[in-house]
Design a binder for this molecule. Structure first.
Ligand code: NAD
Length: 331
């Protein structure tokens, strides 16, 4: 099948080409993201393959439909960037990748937590300049602390398992509680207890209308002073301006994020020679107790191998008229 691959990075090409040895699809790579301006590139391709910051809204999907596209294959888990209702109305099927490696994202969340707590980013910069002062590098033992996990799905549970292993008291919140989470030795708690007790809050729920700005000025005002906030899920879960205010007042002790509300125009590119006009991100990056990574939590060999294999398998299922194992729909 002809597949237009948008937002294609060198690692996408390498791993998709390797996975395609088993499928023989015709892959055409485009560096640019899919949006209203670039959708014309997909004309004549039965499938498009997109990533987290490509836009498949109603206008883009209509243009895809006109160009003959019948399948949108997301090479990621989250699908907040696809208008599923519009896709359904147009008869375009949408597939995604679940279960590629929850370990990759959970372990990155742990890396961010460890780094922000123990100030590894600051120590790294200092020692490169032979500054071995320990001033301001004080952290806290994670053992015995309360870690709140918002969203106890696949990634949230792996993160919880690691935190339980560290000796933390893990509490969780989820619209659909899972016995597997409790079997880890963790327990569910109400938002009030989470705000009051959590030394660390880690976000692992999807971005939906319900979870948009789940961390806002109100939740931050009730958080334990000095709490650390980790977000490897989606930027829109956090009201970034409210977080900046909480960092400035000291209410929030630190922030480590792999995702950012306005990342679509910034992430996955080298902008080191560019004047960044996003004042919120500029401000955030000036804080010594903030770490930003550019949506790299999924980026392990294991995860990317599985992502590419699953994506092309879904296209093959579609092409051969088989049931789509990874289809998502509006309902
Ligand atoms: P999952 O579906 O297994 O788990 C998500 C959990 O969130 C579910 O248990 C669900 O019930 C819960 N949830 C839904 N609405 C909620 C709400 N209103 N409040 C609390 N909990 C709610 O998904 P997953 O595989 O664990 O992935 C979680 C998220 O991680 C994805 O949606 C995606 O946004 C993000 N992600 C990020 C990266 C990255 O590279 N940074 C990679 C993969 C996934």
């Amino acid at each position: 099948m002809d597949i237009a691959v948008f937002s294609a990075k060198p690692y996408d090409r390498e791993y998709l080409n390797a996975a395609n040895a088993a499928h023989h699809h015709r892959l055409q790579y485009f560096d640019v993201p899919l949006d209203v301006d670039t959708v014309g590139l997909a004309a004549g391709h039965g499938a498009v393959c997109i990533f987290v910051n490509d836009r498949a809204d109603a206008a883009v999907l209509q243009a895809l439909g006109r160009g003959g596209t019948k399948l949108v294959a997301l090479r990621c888990t989250g699908f907040n960037n696809v208008d599923l209702k519009a896709a359904e109305d147009l008869g375009i099927k949408v597939v995604r990748v679940v279960d590629y490696s929850p370990n990759s994202v959970a372990e990155h969340a742990v890396a961010l937590l460890m780094a922000i707590n123990r100030k590894i980013h600051r120590a790294y910069n200092r020692t490169r300049d032979f500054n071995f002062s320990l001033d301001s590098l004080m952290g806290f033992d994670l053992c015995g602390k309360t870690v709140a996990v918002i969203g106890t799905g696949k990634i949230g549970r792996v993160f919880s398992k690691i935190m339980v292993g560290f000796g933390c008291d893990v509490i969780g919140y989820d619209r659909f509680p899972s016995p597997e989470f409790e079997a880890l030795g963790a327990r569910y708690a109400l938002p009030g207890e989470i705000a009051e007790r959590a030394d660390v809050i880690s976000l692992h729920c999807p971005l939906t209308p319900d979870t948009y700005h789940i961390i806002d000025a109100d939740t931050l005002s009730r958080a334990k002073p000095g709490a650390l906030l980790i977000n490897t899920s989606r930027g829109g879960l956090i009201d970034t301006e409210a977080v900046i205010a909480a960092l400035r007042s000291g209410q929030l002790g630190g922030l480590a994020i792999d995702v950012y509300e306005q990342e679509a125009n910034l992430f996955f590119r080298d902008l080191s020679d560019t004047i960044i006009t996003d004042d919120i991100l500029q401000r955030l990056i000036t804080f010594p107790n903030v770490i930003v990574t550019g949506h790299q939590a999924f980026l392990t060999r294991e995860a990317v191998t599985t992502i590419c294999a699953t994506t092309l398998q879904s296209v093959t299922e579609f092409e051969t008229g088989r049931a789509l194992s990874n289809q998502i729909s509006a309902n």
